[in-house]
Design a protein around this ligand. Structure first.
Ligand SMILES: Cc1cc2nc3c(=O)[nH]c(=O)nc-3n(C[C@H](O)[C@H](O)[C@H](O)COP(=O)(O)OP(=O)(O)OC[C@H]3O[C@@H](n4cnc5c(N)ncnc54)[C@H](O)[C@@H]3O)c2cc1C
Ligand SMILES: NC(=O)c1ccc[n+]([C@@H]2O[C@H](COP(=O)([O-])OP(=O)(O)OC[C@H]3O[C@@H](n4cnc5c(N)ncnc54)[C@H](O)[C@@H]3O)[C@@H](O)[C@H]2O)c1
Length: 518
């Protein structure tokens, strides 16, 4: 193994959406930054998650809209080949050269290979033999039989942004059945005639919706209700809607065993798969998707070399961070983390928010004024040595107080802040104000069959909103007004003056306040 060493101010392990963002911000005060990426620059979101999954859902959503609009005809079932072609286009056919050029164009150094901590501020990058080529990104061309390694020394900080990996339950026969994960579901070359989905979370619900739209007979097995992170009414509405679409939604059930004769044998696609339920019922389908959650990817990044043994890691092996995204328990405070690997708020937008925080913390702590192209310049709250005051640019406060999520099922579900149950268990005195969206004027213009519900959580002591949930068409687009009200801690008496235009669905804001007694 050949070894060379290079020094950068900052080394980022993981060039997903989050790592890229952290690297860019950290470089803003003149710091040199290397980004280590073992697969595709842009990570899960661009190639196997957010983007392809949303494209798979889009045609069905537009069809439903047309069907519900008087005066329009049903455009018919989506053209599957065209939908898959659009999916291939949005993933750039899983070619990351565009994002790699962006990284280089931003003045960052892209290092391709697997990054691993091997000591204080030291990262070793290796490239498996099979992928070594003259354009491996490892500087000098290296080919041949030996793996290539390069040591990257960080003068100041290492940021870990290695994302997460899917969990496979230990259900008998499941691993041997070679089921789909979200990667196969978002990159499939064809739509199976039938599909069983195990897991009623966000991936399970979205993919059940997408594949049903694209013509598959879908069975969804959820061990509780759907979308357990959202308000219960949201999961119930999505379950009802999936059933109307023809999905066989089974709640409060787990797979007891799985069988797929011939799986793993060479030659051709595996045959049908049979899932047996605890009561002995058997469900057979052409394909099986497992969507039972993800865990932070810390198993193969050398955390033990910097003293982070199992006990120092959080749930699922997460890197535990404070609000400035500094990893706890590492002497010298040089290790930071952001994104899914922290287990704090596993969505792209929250990860990129954390990336902006950690990037700005590092830029302010270690950057030079000479290289300053940052809005942190002249900031009255420099981050050096600080923990990060809540709501300052150096603290990811919204991860606790105003986390947002949008689920792109039909209906869409969006929420900000805690659910009612989470708020109560955190000791916040809340009153939930709920409203049927079909009752507002804008909804009846959108469609005579408009179905939706929205709810806000009022902190009755402070008379501000601490949370909101929307379920309905385009609920994702309705969320940001609520996010601003929650983050801004806007008093209800001032919200009264935020007049919603007529006839929009946003008129529900007035109804909330009236229902609360204003
Ligand atoms: C099907 C699906 C749909 C989703 N849809 C949405 C959505 O609509 N909206 C949303 O906000 N979120 C969505 N998410 C969640 C979102 O994809 C993740 O939160 C996001 O990708 C996390 O970004 P990240 O950069 O932390 O991790 P990743 O995107 O996983 O990036 C980590 C990167 O690090 C690299 N890496 C890992 N280990 C190493 C190593 N040792 N050395 C070098 N490189 C390494 C990986 O190759 C990868 O490129 C979805 C997830 C799934 C599974
Ligand atoms: N639109 C979006 O923002 C979006 C879309 C997809 C995924 N994501 C993110 O990706 C991550 C992964 O999504 P996910 O849906 O895999 O995870 P999830 O945590 O949302 O849901 C997993 C579900 O699987 C269930 N489960 C766990 N073990 C099981 C078992 N043995 N048998 C049956 N059910 C079991 C859980 O109870 C849970 O309901 C999430 O963090 C999610 O936020 C976000």
């Amino acid at each position: 193994m050949s070894l060379s060493e290079e020094t950068f101010d900052v080394v980022v392990i993981g060039g997903g959406a989050v790592g890229e963002n952290a690297a860019d911000r950290a470089s803003r005060t003149g710091l040199s930054v290397a980004v280590v990426e073992s697969e595709l620059v842009g990570g899960e979101c661009s190639y196997w998650a957010c983007m392809p999954s949303k494209v798979l859902l889009r045609a069905g959503a537009v069809r439903a809209l047309a069907r519900e609009t008087p005066g329009l005809r049903d455009p018919g079932a989506p053209d599957v080949a065209a939908v898959l072609a659009r999916r291939d286009e949005i993933t750039s056919n899983w070619d990351d050269s565009g994002q790699a050029s962006w990284v280089e164009g931003a003045g960052l150094t892209l290092v391709r290979g697997h990054g691993r901590l091997v000591g204080e501020r030291l990262v070793e990058v290796t490239v498996p033999e099979s992928s070594v080529s003259t354009d491996s990104g490892l500087g000098e061309a290296e080919t041949g039989d030996t793996p290539v390694a390069r040591r990257l020394r960080a003068r100041h900080a290492v940021i870990v942004a290695t994302g997460s990996v899917p969990v496979l339950p230990d259900t008998p026969g499941l691993a041997e059945a070679a089921p789909w994960s979200s990667r196969e579901a978002t990159s499939a070359e064809a739509v199976p005639e039938s599909l069983v989905v195990i897991g009623g979370g966000v991936v399970g619900a979205e993919m059940a919706n997408a594949y049903a739209d694209l013509g598959a007979h879908v069975t969804l097995l959820s061990r509780g209700g759907l979308l357990s992170g959202a308000e219960p009414f949201a999961g119930e509405m999505v379950a009802d809607s999936l059933r109307e679409l023809g999905v066989d939604v089974r709640t409060d059930v787990e797979a007891a065993s799985v069988e797929r004769p011939g799986a793993g044998l060479e030659g051709g696609a595996p045959g049908p798969v049979t899932v047996t339920l605890p009561d002995g019922e058997k469900i057979t389908a052409a394909e099986l998707l497992v969507a039972t959650g993800r865990v932070p990817r810390t198993g193969d990044i050398g955390v033990e070399s910097v003293g982070l043994d199992g006990a120092a890691l959080g749930r699922g092996g997460a890197l535990v961070v404070d609000d400035s995204m500094q990893v706890s328990g590492v002497p010298g405070g040089w290790l930071y983390a952001c994104g899914d690997v922290t287990g704090r708020a596993p969505t792209t937008h929250q990860g990129k928010y954390q990336a902006r925080v950690v990037g700005d913390v590092i830029a302010a702590r270690y950057g030079t004024e000479a290289g300053d192209r940052s809005p942190t310049s002249g900031d009255p709250e420099p981050a050096a040595g600080q923990e990060g005051k809540p709501w300052s640019r150096y603290a990811a406060t919204a991860d606790h107080a105003a986390r947002v999520q949008v689920v792109f099922t039909r209906p869409q579900v969006s929420w900000v802040g805690p659910t009612e149950r989470e708020a109560r268990s955190a000791g916040i005195p809340v009153e939930a104000v709920s409203y049927d969206l079909a009752w507002v004027g804008g909804a009846s213009v959108e469609s005579p069959g408009y179905t939706g519900r929205a709810q806000v959580l009022v902190d009755t002591q402070r008379r501000i909103l601490v949370g909101a949930t929307f379920v309905g068409p385009e609920a994702g687009e309705m969320l940001h007004a609520a996010t601003i009200a929650v983050v801004g801690e806007v008093p209800l008496d001032r919200l009264w003056h935020a007049v919603p235009a007529y006839p929009t669905v946003s008129e529900v804001w007035l109804r909330f306040l009236e229902s609360y007694g204003l």
